[in-house]
Every structure is written in C-alpha cells, then in structure tokens.
Design a protein around this ligand. Structure first.
Ligand code: BJ2
Ligand code: ZN
Length: 644
C-alpha cells in the first residue's frame, strides 16, 4: 500500500468513528460531520488535481502512472465517504440544504464501480485516451524530410488560413487517420465500463447520469424545442455560406448539398469565424473585425492577452487573479520538447485559492476570446470559493460555460476594441453592423447544431441505440442531419471520427456548450439592462459597469447551492432557458439573410442522401429513378393524349 493510500484511509477513519448502528437523524451532528468532510475532501481533491496537472503538463509514463494511482485513491475516498454517509445519517427529514449536500456526496460517479479491477481498467482507459489524442500528429514528407505537425498550433493554423481544397482535405483526413482508429476499441470498452458505474449509481446509463445535473425532467424536450426555434436562423446562415463557398471552391460545393466539412476553417466545422473573409457581406465596409493583425502589430503575447481579460473582469468589480494563478498556470506550449495536453482548460485545485489555466495560446483574436472563456471559469471558481466544496460548481454546467463568453460578447464589439486600442476607428453604418453580426453568427449560430448533436450521439451510444459497429456511420448521419455538412472522403467503421474531437476521449459532456450558447444571450441582455445600455443588443458593451458586475457576482457566488432556475432568476428575472435573447441579438442579420437568400432563390437545407449517393451507385440509381420517373410518366401520358 502506498503512503498516499494510508493517508486517505486515516481520513476515512476520522469520519467513521461515530458509526453506531442505525443512521441518525440529528441534523446538527450531521452538519458538523459535513464540515469535517469538507476540510478533508479539499485535501483529497487537491492531491488529485495536482497529479492530474502534472500529467497534463508533462505527459510521460511516470506522470501517467501517478495520475492513475491518485485517481484510484480518490475514487476509494469518494466511495467510502458515500458508504459512511449512508450508514451514519438518515437525511430524509433534514433541511433542503443538508439533503442537497448528502444527495451530492452519495452520487459518486465512476467510483461506484464495485469491481476494483474494472475501476482500474476504466481509469487507465481514460488516461490512455487522453494521451493518444494529445500526442497525435499529422506527418508528411517535405523535401525528403519528415515533418510532423501538432494539432496546436500547426493544424489549427493551416485550417484557419488555408484556402486550397486538397491541402485542407489532407489536414482534415490526416488528423482523423492519426487519432481515430486507435481510440475506437478503447472507447467501446470505456462505454461499457462507464455504464456499469452509472448503473451502480442508480442511473439507467451514463447519459442519464449526465443529464441529471440539469435537475429538470423535461430537459431533453426543452432543448429540442429551443433547437427548433433556432433552426431557421441556422438554415439561413448555412445557405448563405454555402453559396459563398461555391464562389471560392466551385462545383465541389453543391448548391443544394451538405457542405464539405473541411472548408470552414475549423477541424470540426463547429465555428466558422475563420472564413469570414470568404463570406463577408460588405467587403468594402468595416465591422467584421478580426483584430489578429493588430494584436501582432502591437506585439501582444499570451500574458498580455490574459491581462486584458483580467482587466475586463476587474472593471466590473469582479476578482483579480491571485498571484499563484500567474505563477502556476501554463499559458504557452512548453518549448522544451515536453508533450502536453494543449486543449485549453481551467482548473480549480479545491484548496488555497489555487486556480490555473492551461492553454497553448496563439496570438489571434480567436484565442483572445478563448482566454476570456477560460477566465470566466476561473472567475466562477473565485466567486464560489467560500461555498462548501459540494457547492463549488456551476448552477448547471451550461452556466459555467457561459460566464467568459458573456464578457467576450462585449469585448468583441467595435466600440470596445477601439477602447482597448485594438481598432483604430468605429464607423456608424448599418452595413458595418451586418458585417459585425455575420462575424458573430459564424461563431455563435454556426455552433448550435454542433453543440446539440455531440451528446445526441453520445447519449444514444450510452443507451445502446448506437452500437459500436455503427459509431462512425451514426456520427455522420447526425453531422449531416444537423449541420448540413458531409465528409470530404469516404468514412468507414475502421475510423472513429467522434474520437477526434477532444471532449470524446476526454469524456467531457458537451450539451453544456449548447446550453451556454443560449443562456449567455439571456445573461448578456440582463447585464446590458443593468448597465443602462440603450440601442440594439449587439452594440452593448458592459465594460466598467459595476451594476452589471454586482448582478453577475450575486449569481456566481451561489455556485451550485440552489437549483439553476433560482440562479437564472437572480440574474435575468426569468426561470427558464429561452432562445428569445439570442434571436433578438441577431434579428437584423436574420432579416438580411432572409432577404439575400430570397434574392438568390436559395433552397434552404440540404439533401441528406447526396453524399451517400456519391459512394453508392445502387442508391444513386434509385434516387435518379425516383426523381426522373414522374417526369417520364408525365411525358408519356402527354404523348398518348396528343396521339389520341
Ligand atoms: C476551449 C474550451 C474546455 C472549457 C476545457 C476542456 C474540457 C473541459 C475545462 C473544464 C471547465 C470546468 C472548450 C469552448 C467552447 C466550445 C468548446 C470547444 N475548453 N474544460 N475544466 N470549448 O470548457 O473550458 O476547462 O471547470 O468545467 O472546449 O469545443 O472547444
Ligand atoms: Zn468552458
């Protein structure tokens, strides 16, 4: 037994001393027990985060092994705490708050797996998947020399700036060939073990356990309703962008087809901001600002980008980063040859106000917005740091995702960019407004179907509707159905394209981002009102409004202590998610897109079968017959009629 394990057991002994036989309903004693738990759990989580951080910032066999060891010890702690809580306390008649705390510590995630061998296997698989994804590269031979490209910054930059169809396809295919196939068998095994854990926790499967964080029975239906409300806007954006891409890439983009997935400036076609130059509504007008060149001109670096973000938070009266944040974060890719998990993330070490960001920051506007996203998580950590550990979380996971993005909505306005020196001039012009809204829509509206479909796929994988022999086919069915995109090359079941999106091997639920992209506009509208903003919603900048800051702070400080509708009410006065703020924000662009698409006699949507037909001549023939048969019959009837 390692020394770490014995220290965890000692902690458990402390908690277990008062076991007397029947569970007690003495709430005062239960509260004291929860307080002791709080102190001890902080230490356990701190150790776990430390080992995980060491692995994520230096991937080696040793750091991986240590991370797995500590993770298993943490699971043991979580399991024994839950067992002790159930043995010691009967909380059914206690207050809402105490019940909520006990419910939380007895909902124990993968630690619920009884079989230790299986738990070890599950922990190892997760660690291996992370490593495979994070160390994958695309290699090519240039002048007789092998050149291997990392995902960040090499592949990201090529996709963002490249405009050569075949080169983009090489990158797109290469990434999927590199990371996918070896992840596939691991993911299949992961699904089965993870479900076993969820069932031991009382859920039907892992997807059901994830959805329970939202505490609303109608969650899936609510999302579907919101998605349906937003769909017309997406379809209009999609049709407009498709025509523009055809102007660039010719007939390889069909005007009624799904769009080839590698042409959006992003590896997963999830946000399309990098192709703004190809789709700009009014190229001779300002508005669709990419301040990347200005950032380069002004010698921005990662630290400066994080300081700019911090200053926005403090301008609202919110917290500055602790010194240790600056000392311990990793905000650029290390240059000493270390392999790291580059995908940006925010960390709460659960103790000592130790908060960190890990990001391989590139000096671009896109990364400046990601910096704000990650700093939003840190601000939430700061604000709820005085809550007990159990309540240190977002009101729901989507709230956590929304905080930084809300600020970024202000930061990206021309008015604000000028104020911080990233833009020389702001012009009052409706065409410039449309340019600006288009740039924002490429980031926010383009994301909606993507944000929605990832967990549509995962929930169905976890509940068994999608079997492992259909992983890729079903993935592409959903990608085509929701996003209206198609792969540029043939896919099959030796590949595993879902695994090539970070959150799948990292096992991060994704519906939180869809929720965030809806609620962030509700928050934005509420904070703009608080800041006294007048005029169209998309022109609002809440910079330096302490009134807005106070409103946001009050919500953040609640953490997870109340059901999320209460937190939503604290900031917006509403108790539910609604698409109305988002629709209001984009209304001028919606009108413009509808007009444009009408002028072009655009057919909204796409024929989902098209790309499959290209692969399958039999289906192609059947489809051709389906479309030509009625015409042939009509012609035949007409010929017969005239002969008579
Ligand atoms: C860039 C951003 C995540 C995030 C990281 C990686 C996975 C979880 C965390 C958590 C935060 C927390 C990200 C941004 C919008 C769309 C999405 C994407 N990275 N995570 N520890 N984004 O959410 O910050 O930091 O405390 O829950 O993944 O697809 O890029
Ligand atoms: Zn996030």
């Amino acid at each position: 037994m390692s020394c770490q394990t014995s220290s965890v057991s000692a902690i458990l002994f402390l908690l277990a001393v008062s076991v007397s036989g029947t569970p007690s309903s003495d709430e005062t004693a239960a509260i004291a027990w929860l307080e002791r738990y709080n102190t001890q759990a902080q230490d356990v989580y701190f150790r776990s985060s430390t080992a995980s951080w060491a692995y994520n910032t230096n991937i080696t066999d040793e750091t991986q092994q240590r991370q797995v060891e500590v993770s298993l010890e943490t699971s043991q702690f979580i399991k024994e705490i839950a067992q002790n809580a159930t043995a010691l306390w009967d909380w059914s008649g206690m207050s809402f708050d105490t019940k909520r705390k006990f419910d939380s510590i007895t909902n124990i995630g993968s630690a619920a797996l009884q079989d230790q061998t299986k738990l070890e296997r599950l922990t190892n698989i997760q660690s291996d998947m992370r490593r495979i994804y994070s160390t994958a590269k695309v290699c090519e031979t240039v002048d007789g020399q092998e050149n291997c490209m990392d995902f960040e910054p090499d592949l990201t930059r090529e996709l963002a700036t490249g405009r050569d169809y075949d080169r983009l396809q090489f990158i797109w295919d290469g990434w999927r060939a590199s990371a996918g196939p070896s992840l596939r068998p691991l993911y299949q095994e992961f699904v089965s073990l993870s479900n076993e854990a969820a069932q031991a926790n009382g859920y039907a499967d892992t997807g059901a356990s994830w959805r329970s964080s939202y505490e609303v029975d109608t969650f899936e239906q609510d999302l579907e309703n919101i998605y349906e409300e937003l769909k017309p806007l997406y379809l209009n954006l999609h049709a407009y962008v498709r025509r523009k891409l055809r102007e660039t890439y010719g007939t390889r983009v069909g005007l009624t087809d799904p769009i080839p997935a590698h042409l959006f400036g992003n590896m997963w076609s999830q946000q399309w901001n990098n192709i703004f130059d190809l789709v700009e509504p009014y190229p001779n007008k300002p508005g669709g600002i990419d301040v990347t060149p200005k950032m380069v001109e002004l010698n921005y670096n990662a630290t400066h980008m994080f300081r700019v973000s911090e200053e926005f938070f403090t301008s609202l009266g919110l917290g500055a980063m602790p010194d240790t944040f600056w000392e311990r974060s990793m905000i650029v890719r290390p240059t000493d040859g270390r392999e790291v998990v580059c995908y940006a993330s925010a960390w709460d070490f659960s103790r000592d106000r130790d908060f960190r960001i890990k990001q391989c920051t590139d000096v671009t506007m896109e990364d400046l917005l990601t910096v704000h996203h990650e700093m939003g998580h840190i601000q939430y950590f700061i604000q709820y740091a005085d809550q007990p550990l159990i309540y240190r979380g977002g009101a729901n996971p989507g709230f956590h995702e929304a905080v930084g993005d809300v600020l970024a909505l202000s930061v990206a306005t021309p008015k604000h960019l000028k104020q911080i020196g990233l833009l020389d001039e702001v012009t009052e012009d409706p065409d410039a407004d449309i340019n600006f809204l288009m740039a924002t829509a490429l980031e926010k509206i383009a994301f909606l179907p993507f944000g929605y479909l990832i967990d549509q796929w995962r929930w169905r994988v976890f509940d068994g509707t999608i079997g492992s022999d259909n992983y890729n086919a079903e993935w592409w069915r959903l990608r085509t159905k929701y996003q209206g995109i198609k792969p540029p090359s043939t896919r099959d079941e030796t590949l595993f394209d879902p695994g090539c999106k970070f959150h799948i091997p990292n096992n991060t639920p994704y519906i939180r981002y869809f929720v965030s992209f809806v609620v962030q506009f509700q928050f934005h509208e509420a904070l703009c009102k608080e800041a006294g903003h007048t005029g169209p919603l998309h022109t609002c900048d809440i910079y330096r409004s302490t009134a807005a800051g106070d409103k946001l702070k009050a919500m953040l400080q609640m953490g997870e202590s109340q059901p999320w509708p209460d937190a939503m009410e604290a900031i917006t006065g509403q108790r539910s998610m609604t698409a109305s703020s988002l629709l209001k924000y984009f209304q001028p662009l919606t009108d413009w897109l509808k007009q444009k698409n009408w002028e072009n006699r655009e057919r909204l949507g796409w024929d989902a079968e098209t790309w499959q037909d290209a692969k399958d001549p039999a289906t192609s023939f059947a489809r051709a017959l389906r479309t030509t048969l009625p015409v042939m019959l009509l012609a035949l009837m007409a010929a017969m009629f005239f002969r008579c």
